[in-house]
Design a protein around this ligand. Structure first.
Ligand code: NAD
Length: 498
């Protein structure tokens, strides 16, 4: 029987009121396991009003006490790690191990937020002029919202929610409608950790809920992570209403393999970064750029590994790669593979025909590997977001870096080489937000910040780390002089301070 999934408002689960709902499916079996409520504009407004009231007291709560809640949350997430991971695996499809790793990455941001008293502390300057002092402080924005994608149902709500709440805001999460159960459990853990009612709420839904948040006059800031088309829409709609918006979007991440690279290491890296989570990661490697004579040797190592990938349900400990999130998405990915063949790329490994006994209704496909992919092909230009790796041959390092720089997306990239000069030139000159040197998925640790360039981001702030603190707070600078220091007489002209 399908579970009813409502919203999390005022520290409790509540049923949806709109009469609209969507199916949540188990991607391994195709079975409908849940019915998720879609919030109406009125339900969004009611949650914002609760958040607005609660936020005043929360902002006035000393940061030391706010961060103690984050310490409690950390302990609870660790205790419930398996439960969170299991829910994710059942609705997203990723393997249980990978889901646990995702919780770990979310936890890193929760850990960073445990130091919020330090991260938010201001600057003070004595004597900016005679008898005059000045100080800068960071204050929370109020009620802020986060709209998140299906592919990281715990990590990305933590990137946003942990930072927003620790900074003294109230946060409304609109998770992906495809896998809402783990974010609902996260909300319960926030409450159990001691977060007051109304500070972390989950409003499930679709475009109606997103538009209601974008239009709401009491929501001054929106964080979005998802596809580029929707991110651009959210950015324009939000900024048009003078909101602060950060929208982290799609990707096409290249890994450059230099002729001097350790090819066994590069192959391991490509298998993990290309096919882990069935390629449904914004930092997945989807293009391998083989430089010089490395192409044939690399393909000889890659092809049998792709062929041998163990595909199966996420909860089977033998599985290396689970199903795709929905049947519709799997068909879209398969369509890209068809298109690649039509456009003349060489399909070295074809995973389209994979059938798993007992899981015929699951959204499975095997890993696909293309060779001789060129710049003008659709499979090179578009984000496929599936287990499809394209090998592009490049004669020189300069040609390789040119490919990376000319691509519309700019999220992550990596170079595999033993040559320090090549690595340094790559890191300095590549027009990409996150760069790995012999590291295929260079997701920055929580005390740095995450963010791409070009069509992979709209807005100016990266997410989490000090960028997160800056995004979720506004700066106030006070300049003060006490009566003993005030000279008499009006001053009509600006003077140099002394
Ligand atoms: P998506 O854009 O379809 O959905 C993201 C969110 O937007 C969801 O909450 C969804 O309900 C909402 N949404 C969908 N259609 C909408 C519409 N028409 N109007 C308003 N809201 C709408 O993305 P997805 O398929 O859930 O996630 C995959 C995408 O996310 C990929 O492109 C991936 O690269 C990207 N992603 C980026 C990062 C990053 O940090 N750059 C991280 C993870 C995922």
């Amino acid at each position: 029987m399908a579970t009813e999934i409502g919203h999390y408002v005022g520290n409790k689960r509540v049923a949806g009121q709109s009469g609209r709902a969507g199916d949540v499916t188990n991607p391994a079996t195709g079975e409908v396991t849940g019915k998720v409520a879609f919030a109406s504009e009125a339900e969004i407004d009611a949650a914002v009003q609760i958040a607005k009231k609660a936020q005043l007291a929360w902002a006035a709560t000393p940061p030391l006490r706010r961060q103690r809640v984050m310490f409690n949350l950390k302990a609870l997430m660790e205790k419930r790690l398996d439960d969170l991971a299991r829910l994710m695996s059942l609705e997203h499809g990723k393997t249980f191990d990978d889901a646990k790793g995702e919780v770990g990455r979310g936890l890193e941001v929760v850990e960073f937020s445990c130091g919020i008293a330090h991260h938010m502390k201001g600057d003070f300057t004595e004597q900016v002029a005679t008898d005059m002092d000045s100080w800068s402080i960071r204050q929370p924005l109020g009620v802020v919202a986060g709209i998140t994608p299906f592919n990281f149902p715990i990590m990305i709500p933590c990137w946003m929610g942990a930072m927003a709440v620790a900074c003294g805001n109230a946060f409304i999460l609109k998770p992906s409608e495809k896998d809402p159960s783990a974010p609902m459990l996260l909300a319960e853990l926030f409450a159990e950790a001691g977060l007051p009612a109304g500070i972390f709420q989950v409003l499930n839904g679709d475009k109606v809920a997103v538009d209601a948040l974008l239009k709401h006059p009491d929501v001054p800031a929106i964080s979005f992570v998802g596809s580029t088309a929707i991110g651009e829409y959210v950015y324009h709609q939000g900024t048009e209403r003078n909101k602060r918006v950060q929208a982290l979007c799609g990707a096409k991440n290249h890994m450059v393999i230099m002729p001097d690279a350790d090819l066994d290491q590069a192959t391991d890296a490509l298998i993990g970064a290309g096919y882990g989570a069935a390629g449904e990661r914004c930092m997945a490697i989807s293009v391998a750029v083989a430089v010089g004579d490395v192409g044939d040797k690399l393909l000889a190592k890659l092809a049998p590994r792709v062929q041998a990938l163990k595909v199966g349900p996420g909860l089977d400990p033998q599985s290396e790669m689970g199903p795709l999130v929905t049947r519709q998405h799997r068909d879209k990915v398969m369509g890209y593979v068809d298109q690649g063949v039509k456009e003349g790329a060489k399909l070295v490994v074809d995973g389209r025909g994979l059938k798993l006994q007992g899981y015929e209704s699951g959204n499975f496909m095997g890993g696909c590997l293309f060779d001789n992919v060129t710049k003008d092909m659709t499979i090179y230009k578009d984000e496929i977001f599936g287990p499809v790796l394209s090998v592009v041959r490049s004669k020189t390092f300069d040609e390789a870096i040119g490919l990376v720089n000319d691509h519309a997306y700019g999220n992550g990239t990596a170079i595999f080489t033993r040559d320090g000069d090549a690595a340094r030139a790559f890191a300095n000159n590549v027009k990409i937000g996150m760069v790995g040197i012999n590291v295929p998925i260079p997701v920055p640790v929580a005390y740095h910040s995450f963010g791409g360039w070009k069509a992979s981001i709209f807005g100016d702030h990266g997410i989490y780390g000090m960028e997160g603190v800056r995004f979720y707070t506004k700066l106030k600078t006070v300049t003060a002089r006490w009566p003993t220091g005030i000279r008499s007489g009006a001053e009509f002209a600006f003077k140099a301070r002394n």
